[in-house]
Design a protein around this ligand. Structure first.
Ligand code: SF4
Ligand code: FES
Length: 259
């Protein structure tokens, strides 16, 4: 298939950016979206031109690195699909695509399609951990956890930190990401000792990073390649309220009800 690509080109963080029109000719239907960009880059390099900078690592939908906005939709047209798992058979011969980086003040563009997502790392550093001695492997498995709670914690843990939720949100809010990370630990017994300090610290860091507020728009949930639901935002809000109303003693472990 042959496609026309309008790709965001920006030489560096302070450089002005603009869309560049490129041709992607003779692309196999079976190529992934990133393989298509690889082919375009090889041809640019053969001509002595600068290849398109884009981020990737696993190419298996695991690492969260590869996100770009494709014709207005983060990660492209398919639900629950990362850019690296998107295949060119999802497009038609002759299609014209617009490919650009996440747009958010807290995710400054580094180069072309690559943004700096270290704001997410700093939110995790603020509270996305448990301070306990985990012991050896058998100790870790000795804590009984109900199936429903474990399943909900796993749903939250599916977040790969890609940032599509921020890119999709008209407020550039990071609430879906933060709620997934807060809930993943807040649902489990290991996460209880720091549960309320954690939610306060992570939300404070989120605000400090310049992400916008959640206004229940719901676009984050639609864009998320791991189908993280806004029910986790409700859980985060409940924990935040609880941390203000009853900071001590710490409430009992959550049963996961309503999450
Ligand atoms: S909540 Fe979904 S869209 Fe947001 S960072 Fe996690 S996986 Fe990506
Ligand atoms: S490259 Fe890792 S999720 Fe796409």
């Amino acid at each position: 298939m042959n496609l026309i690509l309008n790709v965001w080109r920006q030489a560096g963080p302070k450089a002005p950016g603009k869309f560049e029109r490129l041709e992607a000719k003779d692309i196999s239907d079976h190529a992934s979206f990133l393989e298509m960009l690889d082919i375009v880059n090889e041809r640019l390099e053969e001509k002595g031109e600068r290849p398109i900078a884009f981020e990737h690592d696993c190419r298996e939908g695991i690492c969260g690195a590869c996100g770009v906005v494709i014709s207005g939709t983060p990660h492209g047209p398919h639900k629950a699909t990362t850019t690296c798992q998107l295949h060119m058979r999802s497009f038609k011969d002759g299609d014209e695509l617009w490919i650009e980086p996440w747009r958010a003040t807290a995710f400054p563009v580094l180069k072309d399609l690559i943004v700096d997502r270290s704001a997410f790392d700093r939110i995790m550093q603020a509270g996305g951990y448990v301070s306990v001695n985990t012991g050896n492997a058998p100790d870790g498995n000795a804590i009984p956890i109900g199936k429903d709670v474990a399943a909900k914690a796993m749903d939250a843990a599916a977040c790969i930190g890609c940032g599509a939720c921020v890119a999709a949100c008209p407020n550039a809010s990071a609430m879906l990401f933060v709620s997934a990370k807060v809930s993943q630990l807040g649902l489990l017994p290991q996460g209880q000792p720091e549960r309320y300090d954690r939610v306060n610290a992570m939300v404070a860091q989120m605000d400090q990073e310049g992400f916008g507020s959640c206004t229940n728009h719901g676009a984050c949930q639609n864009a998320c390649p791991k189908e993280i639901g806004v029910n986790f935002i409700a859980m985060l809000n409940r924990d935040l309220r609880s941390s203000i109303l009853c900071p001590s003693p710490k409430p009992k472990p959550s049963t996961g009800e309503g999450a």
